[in-house]
Design a protein around this ligand. Structure first.
Ligand code: FDA
Length: 393
């Protein structure tokens, strides 16, 4: 029986669309399938609606996985600069926000619309609302059952993403198919996710919901200098999302509320100038006022600074530089931006993302055991890995 397509791509997210465009450009007959009603939904909602589409500082140390260096081949062959060039050619205006993070000036929908136009120009067939099921392989290629009939192809690209945000169509389907073909899948867990706390710590955190400040947060040897946000459920903000990828159950995180500062010195200087003031007033000179007041309440009955010894101020300062917290977990896949872990890179060719033991099978994007930091790294991995598979599939 003749094959219905040369290439079938499962998952019309960032990685799947890029792979389909590239394969289509090579003249391959490509079918791109997604069970969602729209393509690229995560792109649309990403970066607060402006899509942080890449980062200028791409390097292996900003990726996690059993072997982060695996990602380098694809990231170098189709780099952030290559993606920026395409965005420029498409006339999509962008700006650098901070830390090398590039965002659209306008809506993230511009990127989705541009990718959809590229799919059309490359002759890719896009089937939305199409549910793939069982997949088998014979000497000719792959056979995929779908609710729109049996499809067959020479090359199959798995691009169904991770488990984060099930409400948006995330499933464990790609992991299952990979396993069915004998590929190993490393342990998966939610990452770039707010951390949650036991009631005792929450009692402390909850009244501060909405307060944000720059901090240095550390788990083990990893640390980030970014903003932290207190919420009704725990701690969030870029600093906490970043550290969540490294934190493990049973570990404490340490928060420095005045990174690089000398709070004890500042309190002593304040005391010299205004000994009659309370500690809350002194703390509010360098911390957000609500946080300062809250901390002051925790330190006991109000006493003028003049009554606090140098030693006491040292102790308070040290506490601000190393606030130890014991998260009990995270908000999970419901709000996680990405999934840590995935298809084991040992079984994949780094240059093409093809399964070493299953010629014609490719795995790209978040489904692979490669996870980036917050800040455009995950999209760049999706573009680069999708591009690499699209060159040969
Ligand atoms: P992605 O998840 O995008 O696509 C997978 C596709 O497969 C989906 O369209 C899904 O419907 C489909 N699918 C799943 N199961 C299927 C099945 N059984 N059958 C058929 N189709 C199936 N990253 C970044 O770099 N910058 C940013 O600004 C952000 N912001 C951000 C915000 C939020 C709220 C989230 C949740 C995530 C981000 N990310 C991000 C992460 C980024 O969205 C993510 O890394 C990429 O979308 C991964 O691209 P993929 O194409 O691999 O998967």
């Amino acid at each position: 029986m003749a094959l219905t397509f040369d290439v079938v791509v499962l998952g019309a997210g960032a990685a799947g669309m890029m792979a389909a465009i590239e394969a289509g450009r090579r003249g391959r007959r490509v079918l791109l399938i997604d069970h969602a009603a729209k393509a690229g939904e995560k792109i649309r909602i990403s970066g607060g609606g402006r899509c942080n589409f890449t980062n200028t500082g791409i390097e292996a140390s900003r990726f996690l996985g059993a072997n982060p260096r695996f990602a380098l081949s694809a990231l170098k062959r189709f780099s952030q600069w290559d993606f920026i060039e395409r965005i420029n050619r498409a006339g999509i205006a962008w700006h650098e926000k901070t830390l090398g993070q590039l965002f659209c000036d306008g809506s993230a929908k511009q990127i989705v619309d541009w990718l959809l136009a590229e799919l059309r120009d490359s002759g890719v067939e896009l089937w939305l609302g199409c549910e793939p099921g069982e997949i088998s392989r014979d000497s000719q290629g792959f056979r995929i059952t779908t609710n729109r009939g049996l499809q067959s192809c020479e090359s199959l690209i798995l691009a169904t993403g991770g488990k984060s945000i099930p409400k948006m169509g995330a499933t464990g389907y790609g992991y299952k198919i990979a396993r069915d073909f004998g590929l190993a899948v490393t342990e998966t867990r939610p990452a770039l996710v707010p951390l949650t706390f036991a009631e005792q710590e929450l009692d402390w955190i909850r009244p501060l919901a909405g307060v944000a400040l720059p901090v240095r947060i550390a788990a083990g040897k990893t640390r980030f200098d970014e903003a932290m946000l207190f919420t009704h459920r725990g701690l969030s903000g870029p600093a906490v999302l970043q550290i969540s990828s490294y934190w493990r159950e049973g570990e404490a995180v340490s928060v420095d509320l005045l990174p690089g500062g000398d709070p004890a010195g500042m309190l002593k200087a304040f005391k010299k100038q205004n000994g009659a003031a309370g500690i809350g007033t002194a703390l509010a000179s360098f911390l957000p006022e609500r946080l300062a007041k809250h901390l002051a309440q925790r330190l006991g009955p109000v006493r003028p600074l003049a009554e606090l010894s140098g030693e006491e101020l040292e102790r308070i300062g040290a506490g601000l530089r190393d606030w130890r917290l014991m998260p009990v977990g995270s908000e999970g896949y419901r709000t996680a931006e990405v999934t840590l872990g995935g298809v084991d890179t040992d079984g994949l060719d780094a240059k093409t993302l093809q399964a070493k033991a299953v010629p014609g099978l490719f795995v790209v994007g978040e489904l692979v055991d490669i996870t980036g930091w917050l800040g455009g790294y995950n999209f760049q991995w999706a573009w680069s890995s999708g591009w690499a598979a699209g060159q040969v599939a």
